[in-house]
Design a protein around this ligand. Structure first.
Ligand SMILES: Cc1cc2nc3c(=O)[nH]c(=O)nc-3n(C[C@H](O)[C@H](O)[C@H](O)COP(=O)(O)OP(=O)(O)OC[C@H]3O[C@@H](n4cnc5c(N)ncnc54)[C@H](O)[C@@H]3O)c2cc1C
Length: 406
């Protein structure tokens, strides 16, 4: 880096931070970039603990950033994988109504899908559902041919390799603990006492994005990240014949979660999940993990208290499913009645970063806030992995304005 070169600091080595670095490096070869990551590798949190599904964009509110970035990101991801030899499989998925009263919800989903520009999606009868997934109990369904599976950690490692190949840096073990605004930009300090300077700061810190945003002096208007753990079970190998590809229930429209589903994994095996239970630590992958100060921060948040008072039944139900395998299996049996307790083993978990406003609403869309010299990605929920190249491009374009201003 020479003295005149502008330096961009990206906090967070997940898929969003690295897609942003990659897009920025392509658009602005003259800029130098450093990605700061507290762990020893990329994709250590949400990106490396997700369902590995390439979402089609069928569910999202037409016109929302999630809908537009999902469609654009989907196409860019497929091109990127073809170019860089990353394995994926567009195996398609079925969304199935298992009860009569779920049918109108299917109409709504397919309508959103069409408005979002999906071609080839269609209603399928219970018989056609069974032709594709013979063990599913359905009264009606939707076929989404373009949904696929992939390993997002591998995608992120590829972004990282390309970014490095252009001469940019990734600093691992750099836990951002302080941010100071100076006349010429920012000084970022690590928990270990290291310092680094830059003109523009881009915050892609996932579960800690609200904290980093606050360090930059961004007014979050009371928004805070709430951590929701998604727990998975795995189908035993000898029962994998029960699932061919991806089987989803009709989601409850009141929540931003898709409901526990069956997912064939790109490297083999079938997962069932994820649930959506409040985690007692932002990186609480296990229900026994409690970080008291983070839990207190959650409980104190006015939005959380409002959300909890409105949705306590949902919350308790999810908590029950976390402790009781039987309750989890019962939910899965709605889709495949012959799945039994012994057919499933506990699997891994991921923690979703969900931004919640002070009125108790979970922020539905991607949320990028700005202040001079800083771009804060405060909400990047699913399908941000699918959409990474589109959202990375959007973030890089926002950052561009700040580069021009300094
Ligand atoms: C259970 C689950 C299932 C999902 N399924 C899918 C799916 O199938 N398809 C899909 O498209 N999306 C899915 N998602 C969503 C998707 O995984 C996320 O939207 C995406 O990974 C977000 O990426 P990110 O880079 O913003 O966050 P992360 O991957 O969490 O990256 C943030 C990074 O910031 C780092 N960091 C945090 N604080 C600091 C600090 N102080 N200093 C330095 N570094 C810091 C962290 O260590 C981390 O590496 C799922 C998510 C979960 C949790």
């Amino acid at each position: 880096m020479n003295d005149m070169q502008q330096h961009v600091l990206i906090v967070g080595g997940g898929i969003v931070g690295l897609a942003t670095a990659w897009r920025l490096s392509e658009a602005h070869p003259e800029v130098s970039i450093t990605v700061l990551e507290k762990e020893a590798e990329v994709a250590a949190h949400q990106t490396g603990h997700n369902s590995g599904v390439i979402h089609s964009g069928i569910y999202y509110q037409p016109g929302s950033l999630r809908a537009t970035n999902c469609r654009e990101g989907y196409l860019a991801l497929i091109d990127f994988c073809n170019e860089h030899g990353i394995e994926y499989d567009l195996c398609g998925k079925v969304i199935v109504a298992t009860r009569e009263w779920e049918r109108p919800q299917l109409d709504k989903i397919i309508d959103h899908g069409r408005q979002n520009g999906l071609v080839g999606i269609r209603r399928i009868s219970a018989d056609e559902v069974r032709e594709r997934e013979p063990h599913v109990a359905a009264v009606d369904g939707i076929l989404v041919p373009q949904t696929g599976i992939i390993d997002y950690a591998e995608v992120t490692r590829t972004y990282a390799r390309l970014v490095r190949a252009k001469g940019h840096r990734l600093r691992f073990g750099f836990e951002v603990s302080g941010v100071e605004e100076t006349k010429s930009g920012w000084v970022i300090r690590s928990a270990a006492g290291d310092e680094i300077n830059g003109q523009v700061l881009i915050n892609c810190a996932g579960l800690y994005s609200d904290r980093i945003a606050t360090m930059t002096g961004q007014d979050l208007k009371g928004i805070q990240i709430l951590p929701f753990r998604g727990e998975y079970y795995e189908l035993r190998r000898e029962k994998e014949y029960l699932v061919n590809n991806l089987i989803y229930p009709v989601p409850n429209p009141a929540f931003p979660f898709l409901g526990v589903h069956y997912t064939r994994m790109i490297h083999g095996g079938i997962e069932a999940g994820p649930s959506a239970v409040l985690a007692f630590a932002r990186e609480g992958y296990d229900r026994s993990q409690v970080n008291w100060s983070e839990l207190w921060e959650t409980i104190r948040h006015p939005g959380f208290r409002k959300l909890a008072s409105r949705q306590w039944k949902f919350g308790l139900n999810e908590l029950r499913r976390s402790y009781s395998k039987r309750a989890f299996v019962t939910a899965l049996q709605h889709l495949i009645p012959e799945v039994g307790m012994d057919d499933l083993m506990r699997g891994g978990a991921g923690v979703r970063a969900m931004a919640c406003d002070p009125r108790g609403n979970l922020v539905d869309d991607f949320l990028i806030l700005e202040k001079p010299g800083a771009v804060n990605v405060v909400n990047a929920p699913s399908p941000a992995a699918t959409a990474s190249l589109a959202i990375g491009k959007t973030i890089a374009e926002v950052a561009e304005k700040h580069l021009e201003a300094v």
